[in-house]
Design a protein around this ligand. Structure first.
Ligand SMILES: [Zn+2]
Length: 452
């Protein structure tokens, strides 16, 4: 039976059209990007801010993949340059000027003249993406290219400060806060290549086309090998996993079943699970997860369960990943504990909780950071993991105790209330207060903000 309800159409809002052509020998993708922007900021705008994250890969000093501890895995052949070459920017068909405001060239300002509140226009960008030979969110190998955070994307408007957000591409954590939008994508690939990712791609006259509604980003994977698909819980799973495919289907099917039961329906029709060369292990995108192809056994299962949980906590219910990273990462660790308990019983959950929660509460951090610190405060990956994933998850376990085991009922309300939006920490805590009738702010401050 097909899914009865898809995500609501974001038709009145932002829409991206991406036309991509892969140039295999050059290691590049030519892109024509058209963005319909509706000014819902309440202010007159004279410029729009595009985040061009891929430019952080231009130099070793700024590349997110050049972390000391992972460098050799991320760049096995040595450093390889990535980036975006902007060929031109147009507003409603007229060429306009644009310029970068940061040293890394991740903030491209397009000068659009005057756009009053409620009015809309079409921003067109022609660019070439240089894909680095790199095992990271964006990277390419002989038989597979992954394009995560590779396309220029609109910055989020911050109503409080009355400006576009200008978050830096920190190497630790995921700085990519973005709003939901509709995407139409076409991809031209050389013979023998296929394409999958956030959009459900179909081949028509030699060109892959796809559509994704109400998603907050677009990740694509170009694959020279085979693609497989199987339907679980009425959701089409698409994957390039070959060797571990049965295991991947089983874990994904169980994770989707368990999470839907806890927090409500997965609102999309497909989920792509991409095995890629990826030194970090896993990364979430809407309707798509990237998983390190070398993972096996428990590592593969737990990473997959974590990344699929991000479909609820990040993809559908967005949060401020830059300032409150625990609000998606710790929730996904909590999700894995629930997954393990449902599938393998309470003893297995308790065993995993020692590593997920118990150990991080005992570890000594190198810097003065907490689970509630913004990601730019972290300079040590282990600290980030211990504080945000571990102590953040400990906070959720403590909340569950205070709520007599009903944290998941609260989270279901949270997912319903903030679906396709960005929930702030204040939103989370205010809803928690309404749900429980208790002021739990001392407890959350204790776990999330207290240095110990
Ligand atoms: Zn995560």
């Amino acid at each position: 039976m097909p899914r009865e309800t898809g995500p609501r159409d974001a038709d009145s809002g932002t829409r991206y059209r991406l036309q991509c052509v892969m140039h295999e020998a050059e290691g590049t993708v030519a892109v024509r990007e058209e963005i319909r922007f509706v000014n819902e900021t309440g202010r007159c705008l004279s410029s729009l801010l595009l985040r061009t994250w891929l430019n952080a890969y231009r130099e070793e000093e700024t590349s997110p993949a050049a972390l000391d501890e992972l460098y050799d895995r991320a760049y096995p052949e040595g450093f390889s340059e990535g980036g975006i070459l902007i060929q031109g920017v147009w507003w409603n068909g007229e060429i306009i000027s644009s310029s970068y405001s940061d040293a890394e060239n991740t903030m491209l300002w397009a000068e659009i003249g005057t756009l009053v509140p409620g009015e809309e226009g079409i921003l067109t960008v022609h660019c070439v993406l240089r894909i680095p030979q790199c095992a990271w969110r964006t990277g390419r190998g002989e038989e597979r290219w992954q394009l995560g955070n590779a396309f220029p994307i609109l910055a989020v408007w911050d109503g409080e400060s009355g400006a576009f957000r200008q978050d830096a591409y920190c190497p630790i954590g995921d700085p990519f806060v973005s709003e939901c939008a509709d995407y139409l994508v076409t991809v031209q690939l050389p013979d023998g290549w296929q394409c999958f990712g956030t959009a459900e791609m179909v081949r028509e006259n030699g060109v892959f086309t796809g559509e994704a509604r109400n998603v907050r980003d677009m990740a694509l994977v170009f694959e020279k090998g085979d693609l497989f698909s199987e339907t679980k819980e009425n959701i089409q799973l698409v994957t390039n996993f070959d060797r571990n495919r049965r295991e991947v289907y089983a874990t994904a099917g169980e994770a989707l079943r368990i999470y839907e039961k806890l927090w409500g329906k997965y609102p999309y029709r497909s989920l792509s699970i991409a095995a890629v060369s990826f030194a970090m292990g896993g990364m979430e995108y809407p309707c798509c997860v990237l998983i390190d192809e070398t993972l096996t056994g428990d590592d593969l299962e737990l990473t997959l369960a974590h990344e699929i949980a991000h479909q609820w906590f990040y993809a559908v219910t967005g949060s401020d990943q830059y300032c409150q990273a625990w609000q998606d990462e710790a929730l996904c660790q909590w999700a894995v504990l629930c997954y393990v308990e449902e599938r393998y019983g309470k003893d297995a959950r308790n065993q995993l909780a020692i590593a997920y929660v118990g150990d991080p509460m005992r570890e000594v951090l190198h810097a003065q950071v907490t689970a509630g610190s913004p990601i730019d405060r972290f300079s040590d990956y282990q600290d980030y993991h211990t504080a945000v994933y571990g102590r953040g998850c400990a906070c959720l376990c403590a909340l569950d105790l205070c709520l007599s085991g009903t944290l998941n009922d609260f989270l279901k309300n949270y997912c319903e209330e903030f679906a396709f939006r960005i929930a702030t920490r204040k939103d989370f805590e205010e809803l928690l207060y309404r749900f429980s009738g208790q002021d739990l702010s001392a407890l959350t401050a204790d776990y999330l903000d207290t240095i110990f």
